[in-house]
Design a protein around this ligand. Sequence first.
Ligand code: PBG
Length: 333
Amino acid sequence: MTKPDTHQTIRPRRNRKSSAIRTLCSETRLSCESLIYPVFVHESAQDEEINSMPGCKRWSPAGLLRELSEAHSLGIGAVVLFPAIDEQLKSRSATESYNEDGLIPKTIMAIKNEIPDLAVITDVALDPYNSDGHDGLVDENGRILNDETVEVLCKQAICHARSGADIVAPSDMMDGRVGAIREALDSDGSTETSILSYTAKYASSYYGPFRGALGSAPKSGDKKTYQMDPANAREALREAALDINEGADMIMVKPAGPYLDVLALVASHVDVPVAAYQVSGEYLMIESAAAAGWINREEVIRESLTGIHRAGANAVLTYYAKEVAGWLHVNKD
Ligand code: PBG
């Protein structure tokens, strides 16, 4: 029997005919367990609105513990800490970055004390502590010193691990830092501390609002001699191979949304978990368009995070983590 020309056997729309069936068929699901919550903390009794990132706060130590307890009870399993450091504590040698009585060590200990199951990730880079605002040490000619920086990063990582960090996340893009940090941690007895490497971190203008939050913008020059060129994708595989070879337990692509091709490429080539960071500029573009009434905020947030997961991220760092966990929680009840 010949089929009439109009007969359609295959109808993809059948898999979309109701919410129940769409959900059965969906390849990617948002879950709070895969969201990592980046937060800002400062040495002050007040929680402060961040002008460059409306809706985000620089938390006081006490405010941060309240916020993280709420996030954890909504199902968030991991947090990344970023410190806003007093200008007087910044220096050209960034020694505050490994002060064992500093803001980050104290914050890690307080979190581990109150919410021991929450995984604590720390950022390893010098920019919040460096009077130059760069991730590495800067010489008198404005050059970023690679190997000298790595030595300081090792001290910083040891300091975080001793304070109880579960994962240290080098975000500085110096060459060889993952291997050096692994060795430093191991010889200090921190063999259990994981390394989440910012492997493909691009020299991106999407970080602008974050630098406003920490007052950490470079005083001169830019970060293009260490962060990756936005034009490159294959180079991400080179960085990934190096980091994994040097002992990275997990790797990251950053930013996320404008680099989904890089994320998919990296995820298909490696055998370690891959995280992606929906950065401050991505957050702000959604916030500002939503505030203008131009987009549906919740739907766009969900779609942006689904897209990042679909491209291959096991975990996503997002300023929306707690809010999305709240939405997912409501849907469960
Ligand atoms: C610091 C660091 C930056 C971000 C995370 N860690 C800024 C930078 O590299 O300039 C950006 C995060 C964001 O924009 O949300 N090494």
